[in-house]
Every structure is written in C-alpha cells, then in structure tokens.
Design a protein around this ligand. Structure first.
Ligand SMILES: [Zn+2]
Length: 432
C-alpha cells in the first residue's frame, strides 16, 4: 500500500521527481467519467482525446510544486461542447490547486507578490489576479456597520485623490473609493446599505460631496470640518504676509527674519518661544501684518466657543472688525462662511471633525509603501481587510446573561460581532 502524501481529493499520485528548480508530482485523475453534458444534459458523451496540465501546488522542500495530470476530455454530440470533468481540489481557471489559492489569499497581506511568485512558481500577474478576485469576494461578503456619524474626506493613493469614508464615532475607516468625483460617489451613496442610519456627516468644502450627500442622504445633517474652515483664514494671512514682504526694500526683507511664515501660522501647543519672538518683532516693525495676524487668530478662536448662537454672533462681530484694507483678503473668508453658514455652524450642535482621517492617511501611506506600484484595488484591500484591520474595529457583544466571575457555571449567550472597519489609532498618523 502506498502512502498518499499529496492529499488532493480526486487526484491519485503516481510518482515524484526533483526537477531542480521545482518538484514534479505525476498523478492521475480519480474522478468518475462524465455521463451527461454539463451544457445541455445530453448523453452519452464521447471521448475527445487527453490533455496534460501542470497544476501549481503549495511549495515542498523549499521548492515550487507542479502536479502533472493527464485529463480525459469529452465532446457532446448534441451541442458540440468539449469538456473536462471538474476535480474539486483543482482550479482550472488558474491551473493551480484550490489549497494553493487559499494559501496565496492568506499571505497576500504580509508578503509581496514577487515573493509569492517566487515561492509558488506562478507568474506575478497570476498572483495579482488571484488577489484581485479575493478582494472582490471580500467586498461582497464583508459586512461593516454603516456609521451613525460619518466622515467624508480624501486621501491620496497611487498619486490621485480618493474619497475616504470614516466612522467618526468608532474611529474606523468605513470605505475608500477610487475617486471623489460625482460619477463615483453618487452611485455609492445611492446604494449605501442602511443609509437611513447616517445622522451626521463631517465633510470638507469639496463641492461634489455636498451636492451628492444632500441629495442621497437628505436626512443627515452636515458639518463642514473646522480645519478646512480656519485654513482659509490662515491662507488669507499668509498671502498678506507675502504681499507685505515683497513690497519691502531689500534691507527690510532681510530684517523680516527667516521662517516668518511658521512663526505666524503655528498655533497653540505647537508654538515655540521663537515663534513668539518673531511675533513681537512683527508687532514692533510691521503693525499692519500684526493686525492681520490678530484677525486670523480671532477667527480661529471662534471655534473655542461652546454655543452656536454665541458663535454666530461672534462671527458677525468679527466681520465688522475687518478693516477696509483687508476687505479683499479676510472679506473673502467672511463670504465663504456666509455661503456655507448652516453647515459651518452645525459644528456647534455636534462638535465632530475629520482630523483623524489624517491618521488614516498615514496608514494608507504604509499600505502604499508595502505594495509600491500596486493598483488602487490592492492597496485599498490591503488596508481594509488585513487581519489586524478586521479585528481591531470589531465590537463583540453577547446575548443573555453575562458570564459571572463568581459563578463559573453561567455562560454567555451567542456572541454577536459587529464590524466597523479598520480602526485608526492616534499614533498611526505619525508614521511617514
Ligand atoms: Zn451538450
């Protein structure tokens, strides 16, 4: 009696050869011949010659393995179709064993495709196709809870802007779309599962987001992300600084110390004593720029207020304080706020922000680096579906009586795992 170490259902090994760069296992199919046509059900079928295939299998002794099988082909007289009876352990599309495909799927998050190609003897493109199929299957089967508080922002993957959708309450990444254009986001939000669950959305001022979301999720309230709002005031200040600096005589320009930009723009805990020194210099020598600085600061401080009405009144007051010479620059900021008034001041009803998407950006860079040169689908799948990703965003709840520490006999009810997607820790964003 021979020992079958191949353990492939429907395949009987006959012999093994070391071919130097790979191991060859010669085998025969041990499936019963087809009796009727798969296509039309007609019988009988006629033998139509044999063909030999080399199925890639899991590596053995550190070498790729090929299982060589001669397979009988049949022809149907009724419909003319030529067929080979399938063997359940073999994948005829990839010419590989199904267990090898499962192996590649389990390794695709941690290994490069080149390494997997070297290990298995398959072409890099075949590995890529297997992984793409796998990612598409994950997309179909992987169920994430639709966020109650959603963030819509963008990240750069493979050099272009992609829409990133986050769960701000659970701090997880919900999804990533290849583009943030109307033709991509409209069908996405139209077909979003449980979209009635979304109560709040934090977004930036990218026009298509607002248009599409107000149409597709009309019941959700929108909040324009505060960082995108205050950024406009910082930009106004910075362009005034550039203008004032360029109008100075050469000596003045030199005196207007280096790195002035950051001295004016760095805020709060990020400010250094050096920044304050620069500001003192500005106050003494360029009061017109100091005035612009104070205006920008006052605008930033609107966000420190707790109450919506108070914030709206403070904004009106800020608008009245803009001196005529800054009607152009800061006036533009005021007009922007008026244009988006409702969604900007919604912030004071629910203080949500997309700031943590920045952390998700850091993670994305990591995913990008892991698979440099890989397509969007693969980078996205690696990010969303890697083992760590799918476990850390899960919340496990139990039905019935909780297990008691004092009474070891009580048991949990059925565990229910709710998945919110890729969790983003505060530290992830620091990686670059
Ligand atoms: Zn047929």
């Amino acid at each position: 009696m021979t020992v079958d170490l191949l353990l492939l259902k429907g395949v009987k090994p006959l012999g093994t050869r070391d071919e130097g760069d790979h191991i060859k296992i010669v085998a025969e199919a041990s499936v019963s011949p087809s009796e009727r046509c798969f296509e039309c059900g007609h019988q009988p079928l006629y033998k139509h010659g044999k063909r030999t295939y080399q199925y890639a299998d899991i590596a053995m002794h550190g070498k790729p393995v090929k299982v060589e099988i001669e397979r009988q082909r049949y022809r149907c007289k009724a419909c003319g179709k030529i067929e080979t009876p399938p063997i359940e352990s073999l994948d005829d599309k990839r010419i590989a064993t199904r267990r090898l495909i499962r192996h590649i799927e389990s390794k695709c998050f941690s290994n490069t495709f080149t390494a997997l190609a070297d290990e298995t003897g398959l072409a890099v493109n075949t590995i890529k196709s297997i992984v793409l199929d796998f990612m598409a299957r994950l997309d179909e089967t992987y169920v994430r809870e639709t966020p109650r508080i959603m963030g819509v922002d963008e990240v750069k993957i493979c050099g272009s802007y992609c829409a990133v959708i986050t769960n701000l309450e659970m701090r997880t990444t919900f999804d990533i779309l290849q583009k943030r254009t109307k033709d991509v986001i409209t069908p996405y939000f139209r077909n979003l599962k449980d979209k009635d669950k979304v109560e709040w959305i934090a977004l930036d001022m990218w026009g298509p987001y607002k248009d599409v979301l107000s149409r597709e999720l009309p019941h959700a309230r929108m909040v324009i992300d505060r960082y995108h709002v205050v950024e406009k005031a910082s930009k106004a200040l910075d362009s005034l600084r550039i203008k004032i600096q360029s109008e100075l005589e050469k000596d003045g320009r030199i005196n207007m110390k280096k790195h002035l930009r950051w001295g004016l723009l760095r805020r709060n805990e990020k400010r250094t004593p050096e920044d304050d020194e620069k500001l003192e210099y500005i106050r003494a020598h360029h009061p017109e720029l100091a005035k612009a600085y104070d205006l920008a600061e006052a605008f930033h401080n609107l966000y420190e207020l707790d109450d919506r009405i108070e914030a709206e009144e403070a904004f009106e007051e800020w608008v009245r304080s803009i001196p005529p010479e800054y009607a152009e620059s800061f006036g533009q900021v005021a007009r922007m706020v008026n244009k988006h008034h409702q969604n900007i001041f919604n912030y004071f009803d629910l203080k949500i922000t997309n700031a943590f998407t920045e952390a998700s950006n850091g993670l994305m860079k990591l995913a990008n680096r892991m698979g440099r040169g890989y397509s969007f689908e693969i980078t996205r799948g690696r990010y969303l579906y890697s083992k760590i990703a799918s476990q850390t965003g899960q919340v496990i709840t139990h039905e019935g009586t909780p297990k008691s520490i004092t009474d070891p006999v009580t048991v949990w009810g059925n565990a229910k795992v709710t998945d919110y997607g890729r969790y983003i820790s505060e530290f992830d964003g620091d990686d670059d």
